[in-house]
Ligand binder design. Structure first.
Ligand code: ZN
Length: 463
C-alpha cells in the first residue's frame, strides 16, 4: 500500500509505503508499484491508529441489542416500564445502564410489575450487578442457588433478583449461544480510527481466547486485541491477540486481605503479566497502590479508572510507577450525575487529567464501552473541555490540550500512557488518516474527520 501526501506531526507532507504490515519506505514522490493500493491523503493528517485501553467488546456488542434502562433516556419508573414493554423481541430481554436514580434499588418484584411475561435481566450501570425478574429467577433456579456468593436474599431469605458480580455464572447458565456478533461494533470502532483495543473484562478465560481467535480469522474482528483476564487466562498464538494484564477488581465494601491482593499481583508478575487494578473510590486506590508497592513493580502495572484521585495518591503512583487508564468521557456522559451524587470536596478529584501529566504519571484514555460511548473522540473532547452534558465544567485545571488528549490513545498497548507510537520506517503500519490537517482537526476532535483506518498495512475502514 502506498499512502501519498500525508501530513505527519502537523508538518511535512510525505508518502509512505507499507508492506507486510510494516512501513518500508518514506519520502516524497514515491511511485506506485504494479497492483499496489494507493491512497491519496490530500494533506490529511496521518496519526498512529488509536488504541482504546479499556473496553468490553462482547458487552458492547450485546448492548446494541439491549434496552437502555438509565439516564439520559430513562429517568423514572414509568419510562423504565415503557422502555421494557416497547421491546418487541422474544425470550430473554436484556437491559443495560440502570441507575438507582430511575426507580431505586430494583428487585425482581418491582420488575415483575413492569414486565412478567418474559425473562428479564438488567445490568446496573456500575457493571457490578444484574437484576432479574421472577420469570428469569425461575429459569436460573435462583432458589436452588441461594448459597452462591452474590445471590442476594432479603431478611426473610427470599431471593431478591439482585445478582452481584455473577457475570460468569450467568453466562454459563445462559449458554455461549448468547454471545453476540462483534462485527458491527468492530466496524464501528474502525470508523473511529481504532486499530487496537484492550479488553478489560475480568472474566476473560480460555473460551474467550478461542472466540476472539475465531472472530479474527473470520474477519469479524478488525482490531488488535490485548486481552486482560484472570490468572488462568492462557496465552494466544494469534499475532493480533496478546495476553494482557491480570485484572483485579476491588470493592471498597469487601476489600480482600491486603496480603492476598499482594499475592495476586505477584502471581501476575510471575506470569510476566502486569496487574490492572480496578479503583473507583479513594479507598480502593490507596489500598491498590499500597499493595502494588508491597508486591514490587512490574512494567505496565496499571490503575483502571482512578475515578477519584486525592493528592496523597500521586506520590504513591510515582513510587509504584503505575500507569493510569481513565475515562474522561464520563465527565461528559455522567458529569451531571456526579455533581449531584459525589461529595463536593471530591469534584476536583474526578477523572483527573493535567495533574497526572504534571506529576509524570503515564496517562492513557479509554471508553470503558459499553459503560461509556465507544467514540474515543468524544473522550478526547471531554479531556479538553471537561464539560458535562448540561455544559457544567468539572475541574477546569485538569483540562488537556488537543495533543495531550490525542496522546491518551496513541501509546503502546502494553504500556498505557507511553509516548506516541512513531510513524517511521520499520514501524508497524497501524494508522488513522484524517480528511484534514491537524491544525484544523485539533479544533474539532471529531470522529467524522476519520477518512481511513489501516491496521497492519490493510484498510479496515475507508470512506
Ligand atoms: Zn470496565
Amino acid at each position: 500500500m502506498l499512502i501519498k501526501n500525508a501530513e505527519l506531526k502537523g508538518k511535512a507532507f510525505a508518502d509512505l509505503r507499507c508492506d507486510q504490515g510494516l512501513i518500508v519506505e518514506m519520502g516524497k514522490g514515491l511511485q506506485a508499484l504494479a497492483n499496489e493500493t494507493v491512497i491519496d491523503a490530500q494533506g490529511g493528517a496521518l496519526i498512529p491508529g488509536l488504541h482504546d485501553h479499556h473496553i468490553h467488546l462482547y458487552s458492547l456488542a450485546a448492548s446494541y441489542s439491549s434496552v437502555a434502562c438509565g439516564p439520559p433516556n430513562v429517568t423514572n419508573s414509568k419510562q423504565l416500564a415503557d422502555a421494557l414493554i416497547s421491546d418487541k423481541g422474544e425470550g430473554w430481554l436484556r437491559g443495560i445502564a440502570y441507575h438507582d436514580s430511575v426507580a431505586g434499588e430494583l428487585t425482581r418484584w418491582q420488575l415483575d410489575q413492569y414486565i412478567n411475561d418474559r425473562p428479564v435481566r438488567i445490568q446496573h450501570r456500575s457493571g457490578k450487578m444484574w437484576i432479574v425478574n421472577s420469570r428469569a429467577a425461575e429459569i436460573l433456579q435462583l432458589n436452588k442457588h441461594k448459597d452462591l456468593q452474590g445471590v442476594h436474599c432479603d431478611d426473610s431469605g427470599q431471593v431478591t433478583g439482585r445478582l452481584f458480580r455473577l457475570d460468569d455464572w450467568l453466562r454459563e447458565k445462559l449458554g455461549v449461544s448468547t454471545l453476540p456478533d462483534i462485527k458491527p461494533v468492530s466496524t464501528l470502532l474502525a470508523s473511529y480510527g481504532v486499530t487496537g483495543i484492550t479488553d478489560a473484562t475480568p472474566t476473560n478465560s480460555f473460551s474467550m481466547v478461542a472466540e476472539l481467535t475465531k472472530a479474527i480469522e473470520q474477519n469479524k474482528l478488525l482490531q488488535r486485541v490485548e486481552l486482560m483476564g484472570a490468572i488462568d487466562l492462557p496465552e494466544s498464538d494469534h499475532p493480533y491477540l496478546t495476553r494482557g494484564a491480570v485484572k483485579l477488581l476491588l470493592d471498597e465494601h469487601k476489600l480482600p486481605e491486603f496480603d492476598q491482593l499482594v499475592n495476586h499481583i505477584q502471581q501476575a508478575h510471575q506470569q510476566n503479566r502486569p496487574a490492572a487494578i480496578h479503583c473507583v473510590t479513594r479507598t480502593e486506590l490507596i489500598f491498590a497502590l499500597s499493595a502494588l508497592l508491597a508486591a514490587g513493580r512490574y512494567p505496565g502495572d496499571r490503575i483502571e479508572h482512578a475515578s477519584v484521585t486525592p493528592d496523597e495518591a500521586l506520590s504513591l503512583m510515582q513510587e509504584a510507577q503505575v500507569s493510569v487508564v481513565t475515562q474522561h468521557g464520563f465527565i461528559k456522559e455522567r458529569g451531571d450525575q456526579y455533581l449531584a451524587d459525589v461529595k463536593p470536596e471530591y469534584h476536583e478529584l474526578l477523572y483527573r487529567g493535567k495533574t497526572f501529566l504534571d506529576a509524570g504519571i503515564p496517562l492513557a484514555g479509554s471508553s470503558d464501552a459499553p459503560y461509556g460511548s465507544p467514540d474515543p473522540w468524544l473522550t478526547m473532547r471531554a479531556a479538553l473541555d471537561r464539560r458535562s452534558d448540561s455544559g457544567k465544567t468539572i475541574s477546569k485545571k485538569e483540562c488537556l490540550t488537543p495533543e495531550q488528549a490525542l496522546a491518551l490513545f496513541t501509546g503502546a498497548a502494553r504500556a498505557p500512557g507511553s509516548a506516541q507510537r512513531e510513524i517511521t520506517v520499520g514501524a508497524c503500519a497501524d494508522f488513522c488518516l484524517l480528511d484534514r490537517g491537524w491544525k484544523s482537526a485539533r479544533t474539532r476532535l471529531d470522529c467524522r474527520d476519520v477518512k481511513a483506518t489501516i491496521r497492519d498495512g490493510k484498510l479496515i475502514y475507508y470512506r
